[in-house]
Design a protein around this ligand. Structure first.
Ligand code: HEC
Length: 151
């Protein structure tokens, strides 16, 4: 009967936060998200993700505020700080580059930083901000892909 107990617990906690609206995103760079309760077990239903629009908006804001100074607002690698970088960040609009990387590779370098994958250490690790926001990371990948040539 262990499962029944777990089920009651899970149901109880799910009820508690059912009607809470998500907190407004202030865009504060040091807003810390506590690691929420992960779905303990028991199938069905769990893991209602934030609406996609929200993650995309966060990704765009993050890119504009953080990444664009190196990568450029349009992803061409022509941000203000890029002049002094060697190697320079590459041009995301380059079809050959888009074809040469997988989404997973893009995610890894964003999370772990350039050094971790044998690239420039100037590319910062974003794990601190994104480790618990996989939906924003996914949205960043979509954003980077969107700089590529339109099919
Ligand atoms: C301080 C400058 C800087 C900032 C800020 C920065 N990057 Fe980078 N990034 C670089 C550099 C330089 C490289 C190139 C590394 C290399 O080719 O050795 C790079 C590489 C990358 C790559 C891999 C491209 C490839 O060669 O495959 C991705 C993806 C990327 N950055 C995404 C991001 C995202 C997303 C952000 C913001 C969350 C960001 N970067 C912030 C400098 C920066």
């Amino acid at each position: 009967m262990k499962w029944l107990f777990a089920l009651v617990l899970a149901t109880g906690s799910a009820c508690g936060k059912g009607d809470k609206p998500p907190p407004p995103t202030s865009g504060s760079p040091n807003a810390k998200t506590e690691s929420g309760p992960t779905t303990g077990g028991g199938g069905g239903g769990g893991g209602a993700a934030a609406p996609a629009g929200d993650a995309d908006a966060q990704a765009r804001a993050l890119f504009r505020d953080t990444c664009a100074m190196c990568h450029g607002v349009s992803g061409k690698g022509d941000g203000q700080a890029a002049q002094s970088l060697n190697p320079r960040p590459r041009d995301y609009t380059d079809a050959a580059w888009q074809a040469s990387v997988t989404d997973d590779q893009i995610k890894t370098i964003i999370l772990e930083g350039g050094q971790a994958v044998g690239k420039s250490p100037s590319m910062p690790a974003m794990k601190g901000q994104l480790a618990d926001k996989p939906e924003v990371l996914d949205a960043l990948v979509r954003l980077i892909r969107s700089f590529g040539p339109k099919k």
